[in-house]
Write a protein that binds this ligand. Structure first.
Ligand SMILES: [Zn+2]
Length: 286
């Protein structure tokens, strides 16, 4: 079973960077799981935008976790742009989808997104290069059909992510090297998990689709060097976009404010520029 090796089995020395306390146990942090569940409640409308979350101790009790885990989970949600803490008042839902994602976020296999990107750049560059030199009509037709389905303007984000994964898997298969395919399948669950988290970021779906078309074109033209380069750049682009928004710890908040200001300006509803760099206090606690 290809997924076994990434199923959370502790592999010494492979833990996510920055997780010094559980460096040798690359298991998902409890607070990340709690943050996941809480974000689902926000996304599903259980806690709609504008509402105040229950008190930390009540939430901790409800989730059956300690207060420190709940506090950390709320910090994760805040960094992702879902909630905002107004000191002395409470934690408010400000978005029903993430606005930023941390590259150090630990995925289900106990790896961070940075770890995953490093491997994908190597793996997918090589897969695309070999696919370009060994492409068969069968593999090409499958790639074309995945991208045709993904170009449907009404496609759901979940369906796009599924087709995205199928396209990348097809490149690994077209490489003709079963070990590359095996390696792709071993990271596929983490690919899907991270993709579902980032696909809602502005422009991400459109960028990904344009990249895929370029990759298919290079592979079809049997241009091995270009196929490899575009495959690596496809992964590096996401990595760069994400590190851009996470380089500054206050950027999550700024991103939210910038978007709020932009949408207010677009609708002529207001012009609260002054508040953009203000701390966590303020204008969003409706
Ligand atoms: Zn892709």
């Amino acid at each position: 079973m290809p997924h076994r090796i990434l199923d959370g089995t502790p592999i010494p020395g492979t833990g996510g960077r920055g997780l010094t306390s559980d460096r040798h146990v690359p298991r998902r942090k409890l607070s990340d799981s709690v943050a996941d569940k809480l974000s689902e409640l926000i996304t599903s409308g259980e806690f709609p935008v504008g509402t105040r979350l229950p008190a930390e101790k009540d939430l901790a009790q409800q989730f059956g976790v300690g207060r420190s885990s709940m506090r950390e989970a709320i910090r994760v949600l805040e960094a992702a742009g879902y909630v905002q803490t107004t000191h002395g008042v409470g934690v408010f839902v400000i978005n029903n989808r993430p606005t930023t994602i941390s590259l150090e976020l630990t995925l289900g296999g106990g790896y961070t997104m940075s770890d995953l990107f490093e491997v994908r750049i190597a793996l997918e560059g090589k897969s695309a290069e070999l696919a370009a030199s060994r492409l068969t009509d069968h593999h090409r037709e499958k790639m074309v059909s995945f991208l045709a389905a993904a170009s449907d303007p009404g496609i759901s984000e979940a369906e796009f992510v599924r087709l995205d994964g199928s396209f990348h898997r097809q490149i690994a298969e077209a490489s003709g090297n079963p070990l590359l395919l095996y390696m792709w399948e071993s990271i596929a669950p983490q690919f899907e998990e991270y993709s579902l988290r980032v696909i809602g970021l502005p422009g991400r779906l459109e960028h990904a689709h344009a990249d895929h078309l370029g990759m298919l074109e290079a592979i079809s033209a049997r241009d091995t060097a270009r196929a490899a380069r575009l495959a690596r750049e496809h992964v590096q682009t996401v990595q760069r976009e994400l590190s851009g928004v996470t380089a500054d710890p206050s950027s999550a908040l700024r991103t939210y404010h910038d978007r709020a200001v932009a949408s207010a300006a677009a609708t002529g509803a207001g012009d609260s520029d002054e508040d953009v760099h203000d701390e966590n206090h303020g204008e969003d606690d409706h």
